[in-house]
Design a protein around this ligand. Structure first.
Ligand code: 5GP
Ligand code: ZN
Length: 114
């Protein structure tokens, strides 16, 4: 997808701090971290948001959730816990229109979110 920052990153046309990748997903550190650990799990396929997922994309979401375990083990987040976030659309606070899952950890989160 033209002009999509995350398509640029997953296709290696733009630099990022990649911590994991496979044929379907790329995980990299957020450029503006909101916690000591802040990574983004991004499918290689351009899907604008959670709301735009189609039945045939179901495997992508389950793959993303499976990779959470690998990443949270890598950063030893299991014991103290962590937060997963998917912002969807304007009111959800989504700023990059390419589906991604935030993993935030290493500090105590608050609720409700802002
Ligand atoms: P959203 O607001 O859409 O849920 O999350 C987008 C995230 O992408 C934000 O946390 C933002 O800091 C991050 N981000 C935006 N542009 C870049 C970039 O060029 N590189 C990286 N690594 N992260 C980015
Ligand atoms: Zn994209």
């Amino acid at each position: 997808m033209a002009d999509c920052i995350f398509c640029e990153i997953v296709n290696n046309r733009m630099k990022s701090d990649i911590v994991y990748q496979d044929e379907d997903l790329v995980v990299f550190n957020d450029i503006t971290p909101q916690a000591p650990v802040h990574t983004l799990i991004v499918p290689r396929k351009h899907i604008e948001s959670l709301h735009d997922m189609k039945p045939e994309d179901a495997d992508i979401m389950s793959h993303m959730v499976r990779i959470v375990k690998i990443i949270t083990e890598k950063y030893r987040l299991k014991e103290d816990g962590y937060r997963l976030v998917v912002n969807c659309g304007i009111n959800g606070g989504q700023t990059v229109p390419h589906l991604h899952l935030h993993i935030l950890g290493g500090r105590r989160m608050t609720w409700p979110p802002g």
